[in-house]
Write a protein that binds this ligand. Sequence first.
Ligand SMILES: Cc1cc2nc3c(=O)[nH]c(=O)nc-3n(C[C@H](O)[C@H](O)[C@H](O)COP(=O)(O)OP(=O)(O)OC[C@H]3O[C@@H](n4cnc5c(N)ncnc54)[C@H](O)[C@@H]3O)c2cc1C
Length: 504
Amino acid sequence: MRIAWRATTRRTLEGGPLDLLVIGGGIVGAGVARDAAMRGLKVGLVEQHDFAFGTSSRSSRLLHGGIRYLTQGRIGLVREASVEKRIIHQIAPHLAQPLPFVFPTYAGNRNWVLWQLKFGVKLYDLLCGGRNFGRSSWLSRNEVREKIPGLPQTNLQGAVRYFDGFTNDARLVIDTLRSAANHGAMLLNYCRFTGATRRDNWECEVEDLMTEGRFQVRTQAVVNATGPWADSLPHSRVKLRLTKGVHIIVEHARLPVTDAVVMTAGKRILFAIPWGQRTIVGTTDTDYDGSLEEVTPNEDDIFYILKIANQFFPAAQLTGNDVIRAWAGLRPLLAERNGEPSEISRSHEITNPEPGWWDVAGGKLTTYRLMAEQTLDRIVGSLRLAAKPCRTAIEPLLPAGDAGKFSGILPPETTRHTVEHFVANEWAFRLEDVMTRRTSWHNYLSDVQQKAEQVANWMGELLGWSGERRAEELRRYHGLVESNRVNNCEATALSKTTQNARAL
Ligand SMILES: Cc1cc2nc3c(=O)[nH]c(=O)nc-3n(C[C@H](O)[C@H](O)[C@H](O)COP(=O)(O)OP(=O)(O)OC[C@H]3O[C@@H](n4cnc5c(N)ncnc54)[C@H](O)[C@@H]3O)c2cc1C
């Protein structure tokens, strides 16, 4: 199997001119490309790494209005995202599983008061237009004890139970891109935008990181959808405040939650989310000024998450040894100098600092479709492009028979057939592309190194890799596994310190 389509796509992009070039293949860029293609525009997209390499494969995977934003009075934001979570369920049901959350409260905790939460969850249901994934309810102390047996009982008052959606963030990007491509969008991963000049059209310089060549794309409009990178792009006027969020994965048997559980830490909340044979626990929210290319969890991040988890599930006595994998992502928040990171608004902003150039920044995974629709409305209006109306809220991402085959909340089986699909139809070039963003095997499986050997053999055969290339892919992947592991030395320290987790 050869990757001839790549050369063809590149030639078409070079041939131009396009109506629109999207920079960045995260969820926002994917959404913009899909919307533009569905409106009949000639659109291209370039991504410097693999699609979904950035924040869009490192989130908490929730489709949510954000119950905690209600306490900040951000009703408009919650309403907007609540409507969008329902829309994603409609257009991609295979990637939007209804997920109940239990939010326990304790006497004396003034940040999270039971009667206020009872009011909040009812409002939350209404903000979805009364069409939430399930009806919220209240649980007595005894009901909480039955549902979540491990929680501390001292001072426990009761809980609220409400619904959000659980997704697979990277798959949502890939399937949105598949939809965009089916409507004619031209997509290239491993191609970096390096600069642009405005004449009649924009002339954009792109570096092909697969061939190390450079090429030019002429386009009427450019959309900067580069998430955490958005303020470092030439011509961008975006101002960001980046915060880091870390998650850990443990065996489900070690934290056997059936509903997601909300764990409070001051005004912040963390989640324990059931994911098949695993439980995802996170997240942190701390200011970040390190490298954008390599964002990794550190010991403090892991310690913080384990400490909170052990406060809420003291019998679990989780230590670093329980952490199967840990990962970190950056929130591209619109700059607000003041305030705690968790209090900064998750709203988005679309600006047009120069003719034909649009910056799209901020937002959430859940609101990506709306961000794309608003961006396209502005571009079409401003450049007076002949375009069809937006249909992204009603047309499914993938045909019904196609959707669940290789894409879902849980990873697919590790088979040659599956890998062949990712290579042939989903732009997978590197071993890491398949192990992480196409499948989540990296975070889910415990024998990833063995699986990686097998997958590397299949990819090598399909893509004609030399022995050297295969070894290089395995070496790179091994490096990734190491950077996502919590080593034993840390684990010992963590186990000692977390034993003293105080009662709630
Ligand atoms: C810890 C954490 C948890 C979160 N949880 C949730 C959640 O549960 N629900 C929710 O709705 N939201 C959540 N979010 C927010 C959500 O994940 C982000 O808002 C969203 O993924 C951002 O998408 P993006 O496309 O803007 O950025 P990204 O996904 O980072 O995509 C930007 C892309 O641009 C590429 N790029 C950069 N520069 C260039 C260049 N010069 N040329 C070409 N390509 C370039 C990058 O490589 C990158 O792939 C969470 C965020 C974090 C960090």
